[in-house]
Design a protein around this ligand. Structure first.
Ligand code: FES
Length: 252
């Protein structure tokens, strides 16, 4: 079978030893159709069993193999090696998250923010006679946001998260919008309130970097802009209802 060499230079980190450093290069014999995750597994099997990286599904579902490849953020299991054969490929961990070891980062900031939006359906108080049925249009609206696999790649390009680790981050705001759109969820106002602050939708710089890099084509900035509009609409409605009740009471 025809093989070509892939040359990888990986940023390594062992907290018990040195600060993060670029190591020696690894040469991997590649096969047609091979992806970067398979190349890393081959290095771990045949050259350096101490190389740390995270993966699980191998199919762009679990979101655990995000990393920087030649300066761009990508899922290793979705990155074909064919495009990397020309010159040495630089591999680094995801930026903006603390590095635990080699390519493994601590994603607890992402999951802490995720918990804040209570990411599960809050059913309506009255159960329908049969199951909750969504229309095709309702499902189509939710679909782009359901695709998010919480890989953290969007955090790695987000200037707001880089500036302020308390910023919820693009993926989390996209998830909040997913529940806002879901007609089976009883929360509307509560979801908007949970993101109505500068660590939520108002902290976003709307530079659309997250939309560009998402490996699942989720558009978080669109969600953020739409939630901002909904919040402003709520504010206007409540202002006019307070104003009209004030007018009514003063005319009595
Ligand atoms: S291994 Fe699951 S997304 Fe790559």
């Amino acid at each position: 079978m025809e093989t070509s060499a892939l040359i990888l230079k990986i940023k390594r980190y062992n907290p018990e030893k040195d600060p993060p450093r670029w190591t020696e290069t690894f040469n991997v014999d590649t096969k047609k159709g091979m992806n970067l995750l398979e190349a890393l597994l081959q290095i771990q099997d045949e050259q350096d069993p101490t190389l740390f990286f995270r993966y699980s599904c191998r199919g762009a579902v679990c979101g655990s193999c995000g990393m920087k490849v030649n300066g761009k953020l990508a899922l290793a299991c979705r990155t074909p090696v064919e495009g990397l054969l020309e010159e040495t490929t630089l591999i680094e961990p995801l930026p903006f998250f603390p590095v635990i070891r080699d390519l493994i980062v601590d994603m607890s900031p992402l999951f802490e923010h995720f918990r804040k939006i209570e990411p599960y359906l809050h059913g309506k108080p009255v159960m329908p006679e049969r199951e909750h049925i969504m229309t095709e249009e309702e499902r189509k609206a939710v679909d782009p946001y359901i695709q998010c696999i919480l890989c953290g790649i969007c955090f790695g390009v987000c200037p707001a998260f880089n500036r302020e680790a308390l910023f919820f981050g693009p993926a989390i705001l996209a998830k909040a919008f997913r529940f806002l759109l879901d007609p089976r969820d009883r929360r509307d106002k509560e979801i908007l309130e949970s993101v109505n602050h500068h660590q939520g939708v108002w902290g976003c710089n709307t530079v659309f970097q997250c939309v560009k890099v998402c490996p699942k084509e989720v558009p978080p900035t669109h969600a953020i802009v739409k939630m901002r509009r909904n919040i402003l609409k709520y504010r206007l409605v409540s202002f006019f209802s307070r104003f009209s009740s004030l007018c009514r009471s003063s005319s009595k």
